[in-house]
Design a protein around this ligand. Sequence first.
Ligand code: DOR
Length: 429
Amino acid sequence: MALLVKNGRVINPALQTDDICDILIDDGKFQAVGKHLQADGAVVFDASGLVVAPGFIDMHVHLRQPGQSGKETIASGTQAAAAGGITRVVTMPNTDPVIDKAIIVEGLKYKAEREGVVKVDVIGALSKNQEGKELSAMGAMADAGAVAFSDDGHYVESADFMRKAMEYADMLHKLVIDHCEDGSLVAGGYMHEGAVSNELGLKGRPAVAEDISVARDILLAEATHAAVHIAHISTKNAIDMVRRAKAKGIRVTAEATPQHMILTDEALRGFDPRFKVNPPLRSEEHRAAVVAGLLDGTIDAIVTDHAPHTWEEKDRSLNLAPSGFVGLETSVGTVLTYLYHTGSVDLTTIVRAMSTAQAEILGLDAGVIAVGKAADLTILDLHKEWVVDSGTFYSKGKSTPFDDMILKGKAVATIVDGEIVMKDGEVLR
Ligand code: DOR
């Protein structure tokens, strides 16, 4: 049945438009975009006072399948995405087994078709078993639909391996995504190395670990002419280097998470493992640099690094708890509250970073509201106040540093291929 989204403020960065208008959807595709549209028999969604954006994408998500379904599944993770206003997630390969073969990519795509509430794309590992030694079956995985390659969770230590991986991925017209933290510098560290870690007497993970690895990857991208994407960038120097590399025409892009734009290492003072994440929450200087990087286009994308763990695993002391936490159900709210409502970042930049830019980086036919394209939309109420309650999350992961926070702004509907899969926080599939 046709769906008519009426009177919303449609922000469409791909076409550089921001206007009150209607959107007619049928057969899963946009049929018309304009003023005063009519369609007999169509279901009408009144978007008056709401923002209508191209479907939000999250290109850095851990759905934990195969092998870790106690932490998350395609079903629970995509429900969480729908609840958070995300229409498409891209899942990372640090699973058990690692996603390093075509058959695993195929299996996940098959499962996602059946169990996914939102769209799922798969990132294949760069190396077999993510050991950083032998190239994975990248060609076969690309044929099976892998959209990019990464050893996320682990830094690719060998420059020689990384160079080959970039060259090979580039032949396949695929992107390499790197988790940039030099292992020798971060070994045994639990938080950002700085004044707070010194005061607490905790071993830190220094910013220079990220800087060195980002520098190497940029130099390799320049030498190979391949594209590299820096995952969850978090340091001032790394951002400066990406800024300069982009100005030189090197094919580098970068993403940042809400946590690295909102929180700092001060949060670790209570030794609370909910704040443990890699790369770590850094000092104010770095946090401000991440926001500045987003504003000037150095940082292209806002992603969550949604990293669910079981409560038993996460509810341990800081040194024993695993790194990472969930983000799919809080990213829109935290970004709107702390970046938009504070006047730091404008809405078009946010929509581009949460949708359009990610589609461009990965070469996905998405991130734009245009006739004939798949009708994926995220509808936002900028003024809705709500309190984060991890107990109500659809995700199996309940650990979030944002628990109990009062937020302003929320996705109130998620539309995938023309179907409303979430309305007012309730997932309908
Ligand atoms: O804190 C993290 N956890 N950072 C990552 O890059 C990986 C993630 C995970 O998979 O748990």
